[in-house]
Design a protein around this ligand. Structure first.
Ligand code: SAH
Length: 257
């Protein structure tokens, strides 16, 4: 069946079988696990994921793909035709899983909202393998003092170890996107720092609010003297900007406030 790709839905269908296979096999799963796929499209990745022993839960917004995707449905494979961002993922699950993984070639126009929605679901996600725009992958895995380092980098680092696995050229898709893509893997840390996450992320957002400004400017609502003491411990001056601080330094500052 011929489906015209909708740009507005970020439809770039991956056709490179070896790339698909590498993505699908990026996590070893058992029958007590669940894989979540967002945007299965024509099922290019899905056909590999259904071969795994785990359950599979897919979310696809485009109902034109029903004829293509519904044949994949079976006892341990569920396909929901809806906007992933509007779903309460917890209530879509019918049992408790040992491990939950997200493996997906997601629509690029909502990469960050998808990850935020997953994190807000409070599900114990063990890992994610995502195909994203290369520049987005660089942001996810950026080191301090680089242009790509920002709020989202530190947010992800709180939960995950982030690794870019490999790049994927535009020709691997139909239609080819304008940008190079990368497969990025997020693996849940076993020692996630225990803190008030909502407050911590609020604090991080403030710290990065205006990138060109110093921390002192961005964090006016907090006790600057306490912050300065921690900055000094990390070898930073009072003119430091958020982009110079490691994840550990942010945690140390947050904890002293
Ligand atoms: N994974 C497929 C398709 C990638 S294209 C492949 O590798 O070939 C992105 C897919 O995400 C499209 O099928 C598109 O319809 C779907 N999509 C876009 N927005 C979505 C949303 N909000 N919720 C669920 N699926 C969405």
């Amino acid at each position: 069946m011929d489906i015209r790709a909708k740009k507005s839905l970020g439809q770039n269908f991956l056709k490179d079988e070896s790339v698909l296979q590498r993505i699908a096999s990026s996590f070893d799963v058992t029958r007590n696990d669940l894989i979540i796929e967002i945007g299965p499209g024509m099922g290019a990745l899905t056909k590999f994921l259904v071969q795994k022993p785990s359950d599979l839960l897919c979310y696809e917004i485009d109902e034109r793909l029903k004829n293509t995707l519904l044949p994949f449905q079976k006892e341990n494979v569920q396909i929901i035709f809806d906007d992933f961002l509007k779903r309460d993922i917890q209530s879509d699950l019918h049992k408790d899983y040992q491990n939950i993984y997200v493996i997906a070639n997601i629509p690029y126009y909502i990469t960050t909202p998808i990850i935020e929605h997953i994190m807000e679901s409070n599900l114990p996600i063990n890992g994610m393998t995502l195909l994203v725009q290369k520049e987005v992958a660089s942001r996810f895995s950026a080191k301090p003092k680089t242009k790509d380092y920002g709020y989202f980098t530190v947010f992800l680092q709180h939960f995950f170890t982030v690794q870019v696995l490999f790049d994927v050229a535009p020709q691997a898709f139909t239609p080819p996107p304008k940008v190079t893509s990368s497969v990025v893997q997020l693996i849940r840390k076993t020692d996630i720092v225990c803190l008030d996450e909502l407050k911590f992320f609020e604090f991080l957002k403030q710290a990065f609010a205006q990138k060109r400004k110093t921390l002192k400017n961005n964090l006016k609502m907090y006790d600057w003297n306490k912050i300065l003491q921690v900055l000094n411990k990390y070898g930073l001056s009072e003119n430091a900007r958020a982009e110079e601080l490691s994840y550990e330094a942010f945690v140390a500052i947050f904890r002293c406030l």
